[in-house]
Design a protein around this ligand. Structure first.
Ligand code: ATP
Length: 244
């Protein structure tokens, strides 16, 4: 393992016309870490993920995966280097089965040959609780199983870090608890997690550090239980459901 952080960004900025969606944001995630990204609607969270995942180019700033510059690389190349973006790695191919989707992610995202991809897929299906649904068409999955499939597909790309964009949205409390257990397990396997999440219980339950964006700016960062008490954060969230 190198001495570099797992993922680092410096001065990431992106405007859409006159709107500064992201304004000079820095980020640092250590190997095996779990970093939460919170902020009101429209604060730039998804934009930051898209920039990191190679889906958009920043106007300014740099990003590094284990010290390697990733800005300007195509999304598939960033994925091959070890950064998986859930929800953004090509959407599940609904006409394929659950298993075929995971195998495809292992081949195209993980660079595995077919035999190895099949073996890896079985492991990831078991880990995510999808083994019994392996032959089901993925287009007919319930929300929770769709989320599990996103994780299985991300894992199949052999990631060093997974960027989770609201992976827990719309789940019941029981499903959320199960998903949190799974994410903790994945994190304990050494995979770093960077998660945008509105469900604060999830952020507090997994992330040892959290960063807060507001109108494209990083307004606070630190331990989650401390950050949510900071005045600027409460102000940014006034009228919002930060304590839900
Ligand atoms: N492709 C785009 N073209 C124009 N404006 C955009 C584009 N993408 C995002 N924006 C704007 O940039 C700002 C930041 O959006 P972004 O989706 O990053 O916020 P967010 O924090 O992820 O919000 P949410 O919590 O609602 O998902 C918003 O004002 C949004 O309308």
């Amino acid at each position: 393992m190198s001495g570099e952080p797992l993922l680092e960004a410096r001065g990431l900025s992106k405007s859409f016309g006159a709107l500064r969606a992201l304004d000079g944001v820095n980020l640092r995630l250590e190997h095996g870490g779990a970093l939460g990204v919170i902020g009101p609607n429209g604060s730039g969270k998804s934009t930051m993920f898209r920039l990191l995942g190679g889906l958009m180019r920043p106007d300014a700033g740099q990003a590094f995966l284990e010290g390697r510059p990733i800005v300007g690389l195509a999304a598939w190349r960033v994925c091959r280097l070890g950064l998986a973006l859930t929800g953004q790695i090509p959407q599940p191919l609904s006409e394929l089965t659950v298993r075929e989707n995971v195998v495809a992610a292992a081949v195209f995202g993980g660079g595995l040959a077919m035999g190895a991809a099949r073996r890896a897929a079985e492991e990831h299906l078991a880990l995510t609780g999808l083994a019994a649904l392996a032959d089901a068409p993925s287009g007919r999955l319930t929300v929770v199983n769709r989320r599990r499939l996103e994780l299985a597909r991300a894992l199949a790309t052999r990631p060093k870090v997974i960027l989770l964009d609201e992976n827990l949205a719309g789940l019941t409390p029981v499903e959320t608890d199960q998903a949190l257990d799974l994410l903790r397990q994945i994190n304990a396997m050494g995979v770093g997690l960077l998660m945008v999440e509105h469900v604060m219980r999830a952020v507090l339950g997994i992330c040892r550090r959290v960063m807060v964006l507001d109108q494209g700016r990083l307004i606070a960062q630190g331990r989650p239980e401390e950050v949510v008490r900071e005045a600027a954060v409460i102000e940014a969230y006034l009228g919002s459901d930060v304590h839900a």
